[in-house]
Write a protein that binds this ligand. Structure first.
Ligand SMILES: [Cu+2]
Length: 283
């Protein structure tokens, strides 16, 4: 099985090279002319990438096979090459094959597909929870396990962003420790938003009045950029998501600072915080 996997990985690498792209196209944010996924930072995204590559190979084989059949028929059985056509109308073997083979192919696709779906959907034992709230048009983060502090994360414009990428730069970031299973609960304060982080293979709708949950476990430190992925109004394109994955000690000291710097959640108006923000635009 392992041998098959390395063999498969080699095929994928060769295929990608053939397509004129590199497997390691980029890290943590979108790059100009990027053709492949961002480099995976979770096991989930690694599995998604492998599954995508597997399907790409399968699709290519099927497409080339059908193309070859078509070319063969066009050349071998055109009116000139084959003036007196055969009257054959049935061939049991071929009919069984073209029924059974697609079924087998679909099962081969379904098994890893469902395995991946369960891996994403079944939330493992988590070590901490972060709540992400979508507002028109920025994200807010709450840390219920670390003293209930909350803060907003707004996009920085070109004058403010420094080295951060354009349209992805934010003033504050959701900070999380590396190698830690984190539950993300997501909701919307006003309209539908979607919390998405490509390098984590994470995307989940933020729905007003409803709490969605997902999870991730980042296996490397770094800055990761994502965006709201549900059309949510005029400034939908300007509510980026920045996640800083740091070592556990760095996270602990960030929490201490954050507890002082950021306000504690005021539960008396928490539910309507988003609605108030509707009437007082943040930018
Ligand atoms: Cu949005």
């Amino acid at each position: 099985m392992n041998l098959l996997k390395t063999q498969l990985q080699r095929m994928v690498a060769a295929f990608m090279a053939l397509m004129g792209t590199t497997v390691l196209a980029s890290a943590n944010k979108p790059e100009p002319w990027q053709m492949t996924f961002q480099e995976a930072a979770t096991d989930n995204m690694t599995t998604i990438t492998d599954f995508n590559n597997f399907l790409l190979i399968l699709m290519t084989i099927i497409t080339v096979f059908v193309l070859a059949l078509l070319l063969y028929v066009m050349l071998r059985f055109n009116a000139k090459a084959n003036p007196t056509p055969s009257k054959t109308s049935h061939n049991t073997l071929i009919e069984v094959l073209w029924t059974v083979l697609p079924i087998v192919i679909l099962v081969v696709i379904a098994v890893p597909s469902f395995r991946l779906l369960y891996f994403q959907r079944v939330i493992p034992e988590v070590e901490m929870t972060v709540k992400a709230v979508g507002y028109q048009w920025y994200w807010g983060y709450e840390y219920p396990d670390h003293g209930d502090f909350a803060f907003d994360s707004l996009m920085l414009n070109d004058d403010e962003r420094g080295d951060q990428p354009r349209l992805l730069a934010t003033d504050t970031a959701m900070v999380v420790p590396v190698d830690t299973t984190i539950r993300v609960v997501v909701t919307g304060a006003d309209v539908l938003h979607s919390f998405a982080m490509p390098a984590f293979g994470l995307k989940i709708d933020a729905i007003p009045g409803r709490l969605n949950e997902t999870w991730f476990k980042a296996n490397k430190t770094g800055t990761f950029y994502g965006q709201c992925s549900e059309l949510c109004g005029i400034r939908h394109a300007f509510m980026p998501i920045r996640i800083e994955v740091v070592e556990k000690e760095a996270f602990a000291s960030w929490v201490e600072k954050a507890q002082e710097e950021y306000a504690e959640i005021d539960s008396s108006n928490g539910q309507f915080a988003g609605l108030q923000n509707l009437t007082t635009p943040r930018q």
